[in-house]
Design a protein. Structure first.
Ligand SMILES: Nc1ncnc2c1ncn2[C@@H]1O[C@H](COP(=O)(O)OP(=O)(O)OP(=O)(O)O)[C@@H](O)[C@H]1O
Ligand SMILES: [Mg+2]
Length: 261
């Protein structure tokens, strides 16, 4: 098996704070990971490193077999689909939904001098259909609802047919129907053997799609537990990560947690 992602003693320091603290993490081909932990645990920081958007203060990072620091980042980024709130903020609000997805082919936000061929336009249209966005093609990104925006960002992150897909809180801000439909769509993606290696960040066990295989629990920049999901999402480990005594349940591939009295 090849390693899609490898962190060796990755530390990110800002002043006296360690956002990540000696994090070792390996994601193999074919795996679907969920990264969980409380606010400020370092989840987004870890994902930004995996997306080549941030470099660690110390430690080594290998992405899709390429060691960071010794590789053309622009080329590597094309093989990585990334969706996060900070990327949403980078979008010109006047960008059409179609262009927001199309520009994912070059990992850029906003049309400029890049060229797109018919195959690109066809792929963007197919992704729009798959993610229920066809009727919104001509709408501007700035007018979309939260759920529509999230689906646009995921469709965009798949535009370049990535080998690694990184989703930072894709279900945040969605209503129950929106969440369930997104989690269902991500479950279908997870079940597709040709889908990219996926890493999904969430706070909520209820947002873990079926078919996800592994988990990383972070707290204060450190791994509390990592490995196969059923071994990681135990009462003890989830309670330790969130600093709260909880009971974890799983039912037909979906997860939930509630406070233990
Ligand atoms: N430049 C900085 N200087 C100091 N601390 C920072 C800086 N940037 C981020 N942090 C802190 O690093 C910690 C980790 O941030 P990160 O965004 O990775 O957390 P997260 O797990 O994604 O949290 P959330 O669930 O709220 O999204 C936070 O406490 C944040 O305030
Ligand atoms: Mg975050």
């Amino acid at each position: 098996m090849t390693c899609a992602l490898r962190f060796d003693a990755v530390t990110v320091r800002r002043g006296d704070t360690r956002l990540l603290d000696h994090l070792d993490w390996q994601v193999q081909d074919g795996e679907r990971w969920v990264v969980m932990g409380p606010n400020g645990a370092g989840k987004t920081t870890a994902l930004q490193i995996a997306a080549t958007r941030l470099h660690p203060t110390r430690g080594a990072v290998t992405i899709l077999g390429e060691e960071i620091g010794a590789v053309d980042i622009a080329e590597l980024r094309q093989a990585i689909g990334w969706s996060s709130g900070s990327l949403v903020d980078a979008f010109p609000p006047q960008e059409s939904v179609f262009d927001a997805i199309l520009t994912g082919a070059w990992s850029v936000t906003g049309r400029w001098r890049e060229t797109y061929d018919d195959a690109d336009r066809h792929r963007a249209a197919t992704l729009m259909e798959g993610w229920g966005l066809t009727s919104l093609a001509d709408r501007t990104f700035g007018t979309l609802s939260e759920g529509e925006r999230k689906r646009t960002m995921i469709a965009r992150s798949l535009m370049a047919d990535p080998e690694l897909l990184l989703l930072d809180e894709p279900a945040a801000g969605l209503d129950l129907g929106g969440r369930e439909s997104l989690v269902g769509a991500l479950g279908a993606l997870a079940a597709d053997p040709s889908a990219p290696v996926t890493v999904l960040v969430t706070h909520h066990l209820e947002e873990i799609p079926t078919g996800f295989t592994h988990g990383l629990l972070l707290s204060q920049g450190r791994a509390v537990a990592q490995g196969p999901l059923a071994e990681v999402l135990t009462d003890a480990a989830v309670s330790e990560a969130f600093g709260l005594s909880v009971h974890v349940r799983s039912d037909e591939g979906r997860w939930s947690a509630r406070r233990r009295d």
